[in-house]
Design a protein around this ligand. Sequence first.
Ligand code: SF4
Length: 483
Amino acid sequence: MYQSDKLHEECGIVGVYGNPDAANLVYLGLYALQHRGQEASGIVTYDGKSFYQEKGTGLVADIFNVKKLGGLKGSASIGHNRYSTAGGAGLENVQPLMVNYSQGTIAMGHNGNLVNADTLREELEAEGAIFQSSVDSEVILHLLARSSASSLIERIVGGLVTRVRGAYSLLFLTQEGLIGVRDPYGVRPLLLGKLKDGYVLASESCVFDLIGATRVRDIAPGEVVKINEDGVTSYKPFPPAQIAQCVFEFIYFARPDSVIFSQSVCEIRKRLGQELAREARVDADIVIAVPDSGVLAALGFATAAKIPYDVGLIRNHYVGRTFIEPKEAIRNFGVKVKLNAVQSVLEGKRVVVVDDSIVRGTTSQKIVKMIRAAGAKEIHVRISSPPIFSPCFYGIDTPTHKELIASSHTVEQIRKHLTADSLRYLSTDGMFRAVYGNTEATNKHYCTACFTGKYPIPLFEEKSRQLSLFETLTSSIIMDRAN
Ligand code: SF4
């Protein structure tokens, strides 16, 4: 399987209330959020009497067709794209999860990751709960089904406030309406949009652009919204927490045409490149990007460094996740199938190549060699984020600590591994100057754990997969990354 050397976002969610085309709109929304999960998708609708569900594995456009969408009746709907990390890839794990309980039916889609799901699951199973899936999110449904609270909002919030820990942006579809929840740290984005007489909730604003909705605002960290025929009702049930929105959404995960955390992803990516040029300019003939994720940072770098931007690498957009490298002997085809160097642009040039991040370093090394083979005279790699040396436990698929090249190599050692003439990363201060658009900025709103090892949501679970990653992290010697 061809796997790019990037961190992977885990999920995207969309909900529509008060539109007769709810299922079709959610389908389009999932299509816009395909980058947040390519493994499986599902849609649930409600028509005032019954719930309807379709789900499958693969890309959104391959799972749903006119017939399936036609069977999803009703003016309220939620949908989910999945890239599995917690739980396996089986159909039972495809969200939205839907259950019947004493008060009716409820469907739920989750973007994020719970850090105490295994502990909660063991406790619930000891009390007799039978789980239908292996995804961490199902514990939330069990907690609300077992709650003795009288209102649905209290049932949902009760378990979240008192027992669930982690990152979660959630959508619930119930007989009472559409409900959206963002955890008190606000790790993953969730936005409210307006579409004619109805409303939309989505992970990113690119959904609103596609379906013609207007972006209203972010759901605030720790906010719960209930949307029904009375409109939008907001609740703030959580104790205050230090906001810790995922800064990597700006660097790589979110679509550049989205506005998340009330900021334009496109503008921040360009500013990341500008800050990088201020910190790590080098004399060169051209600036090129590793497409597509490095393009905006490369443009920012080129502008600030006053070096011409050119297109030195071309990406084949039609390589699917199922691409199979046929034989060991030609294993290196992986990157070449996806990227190719433009000899006429690169030959004899001193080249700055900008990318957003280095995870394992495998792809970056192949890219440097490819540019060298195309005739570049010098290759200066510039990365528009700080080195990643800690795994993410909040909804991002990260390799183990030891697989992250920056966890065991200095910058100079990574440069040698890549065979580049120079390598510089953006500093964390530079990252915050770009994110806040302010030279004096200090971080008050963002999680930076993968760059700093400072985890804003405590990791206390003893038996989870996450803790095994954490133990690897704490028992390893973190080398001097400043070099
Ligand atoms: S650890 Fe990194 S990827 Fe995970 S939420 Fe924090 S900033 Fe985002």
